[in-house]
Design a protein around this ligand. Structure first.
Ligand code: FAD
Ligand code: LAC
Ligand code: ZN
Length: 471
């Protein structure tokens, strides 16, 4: 840590090209926190490099000066990874946006790290291709942030997480070394595949400046349906059935428990309830195909079989773009938590699918036993073994009992064979719980990798890794 911050910042400003550094008091408020809603902190300064060379200059100078650096993308992260730490500068990629190469034959796109996900998706669509990573924060989150959190989202069941959709990366190490790994080939086994070090590292091992993304053919037709079933056993039955019937055509399988679905349907204020009756669980399903008429028919036939068997209670199938938006509205209501609930405590648990229903029951039971007024909303990427739980305790107002809730929820998740983060990452919020999900030996290797790539520990200190054991 820096002892004389003003002198260090003056030395940093002198080392950088004009216009890169904005002093702390002038830093726009949005850089003081991310979506994880931790109390805002004014960064020591904001760095906004315009090129990889400027990122390298900035990191080399910070490394020399022992000044910590917090990388920031679109600030939509939910684990506090981009949250400023006291005495650190934040480095934003916001000036490094744009698509540099779109190779239709190789089906790749080379983009700058600050490019929003939605811009990448639209550019792919415009030439009949498809970048399949998709999440509610698409308009604001950046490719650099997606890589650094190994973002998942709603089509992982078919296309995998960000890691599976990246062919190459350019990143800058803490000492300013630029690693050009901008591979565009699907196969490249020349030694260690170092891009995987920085994917999912949450800005602790390097700053991503460019990425080569793998594109897919754009499906010619997409069919969307919302299914109502009796209970979680019927959800897993439906998953098995649709996988068998649709194979790789099953591109979304998102589950919502009534605690989530009814809350959103009643409170959002912008959606009509899709079903007259209430049901035990809901599943939003998307099927994609390459022959226009077949996919909708196949999805309808597959769902009709389950209705006839009594395994599905009701179904709404989208007949228009507007219907598709309406069916997604309840699922995408997650961006409205702040308005609907105020402060929340959010969980991103991974748990084997077979245990998910029991885990939801256990979380409701144990949280509501201790906080009888709690709202507990459960939903998630069921097909990816990923359960989101959002808790709000009205009587606690602006001071939600984060630690006490964690002490209830995380042991339950790990008792069922789960993990403390499926897709959002560890950041600050889950750092203390990493040992519940990774062995001491694995965490020791993480520390060795961190020590090798960032010996001065300037990159996003205090994130991801719990303090190293001494001795
Ligand atoms: P930031 O929040 O700015 O940063 C995230 C982390 O990456 C931080 O640790 C930061 O230091 C680091 N970082 C950012 N840019 C770089 C870089 N260029 N180089 C090195 N490190 C960097 N996530 C999912 O996985 N699935 C979802 O379905 C999903 N849905 C969401 C829905 C909503 C409404 C919201 C608000 C968030 C959602 N998220 C989801 C979480 C979030 O959008 C993702 O984690 C996203 O990848 C973060 O991107 P960002 O650019 O906003 O990164
Ligand atoms: C979602 C985010 C919160 O799936 O990951 O809605
Ligand atoms: Zn999610």
């Amino acid at each position: 840590m820096t002892r004389d911050l003003p002198a260090t910042l003056a030395a940093l400003a002198a080392a950088l090209p004009p216009g890169v550094l904005t002093p702390g008091p002038d830093v726009p408020a949005r850089h003081r926190q991310d979506w994880s809603d931790i109390d805002p902190i004014e960064p020591a300064a904001l760095l906004r490099p315009r090129s990889t060379a400027e990122v390298a200059e900035a990191l080399a100078a910070c490394n020399r000066l022992g000044l910590p650096v917090v990388p920031q993308g679109g600030l939509t992260g939910l684990a506090g990874g981009a949250h400023p730490t006291p005495g650190a500068v934040v480095l934003s990629l916001e000036r490094m946006q744009g698509i540099e190469v779109l190779d239709e034959v190789g089906s790749t796109m080379t983009v700058l790290a600050g490019t929003p996900l939605a811009v990448v998706q639209a550019a792919a669509e415009a030439v009949g291709l498809h970048y399949p990573v998709d999440l509610g924060a698409r308009g604001s989150c950046t490719i650099g942030g997606n890589l650094s959190t190994n973002a998942g989202g709603v089509r992982v069941i078919r296309y995998g997480m960000t890691r599976e959709n990246v062919l190459g990366v350019e990143f800058v190490l803490a000492d300013g070394t630029v690693l050009d790994l901008l591979n565009t080939m699907i196969k490249n086994n020349a030694g260690y595949d170092l891009k995987h070090l920085v994917i999912g590292a949450e800005g602790t091992l390097g700053i991503v400046t460019r990425a080569v993304l793998r594109l897919q053919p754009k499906p010619a037709s997409v069919a969307t349906a919302l299914c109502a079933v009796a209970d979680f056993a019927a959800v897993t039955d439906l998953l098995k059935h649709l996988r068998r019937r649709l194979g790789p055509g099953l591109t979304v399988f998102e589950g919502m428990w009534p605690c989530y679905f009814d809350f959103m349907a009643d409170r959002l204020g912008t959606v009509r309830r899709p079903f007259a009756a209430r049901h035990g669980a809901y599943v939003l399903v998307e099927a994609s195909g390459f022959a226009d008429e077949a996919v909708a028919q196949r999805l309808e036939a597959a769902l009709a079989e389950r209705i006839d068997a009594g395994a599905v209670e009701d179904v709404v199938i989208a007949a228009s773009e507007r219907d598709v938006r309406d069916l997604w509205a309840i699922r995408e209501g997650v961006s409205e938590y702040g308005r609907l609930l105020g402060k929340i405590v959010g969980y991103d648990l991974g748990v084997p699918i077979a245990a998910m229903g029991t885990l939801v029951e256990a979380i409701h039971r144990d949280v509501e036993a201790r906080w009888p007024d709690a709202h507990v909303l459960c939903y998630g990427h069921v097909g990816d073994s990923n359960l989101h739980v959002v808790v709000h305790i009205p009587s606690a107002g602006g001071h939600q009992p984060h630690d006490a809730l964690d002490a209830v929820v995380y042991p339950l998740a790990t008792r069922f064979g789960g993990t403390v983060s499926a897709e959002h990452g560890i950041g600050i919020l889950k750092r203390a719980y990493l040992p519940l999900a990774r062995s001491p030996a694995a965490i020791a290797v993480m520390h060795r990798i961190k020590g090798a790539l960032d010996p001065a520990g300037i990159l996003n200190p205090g994130k991801v890794l719990p303090p190293a054991e001494r001795g």
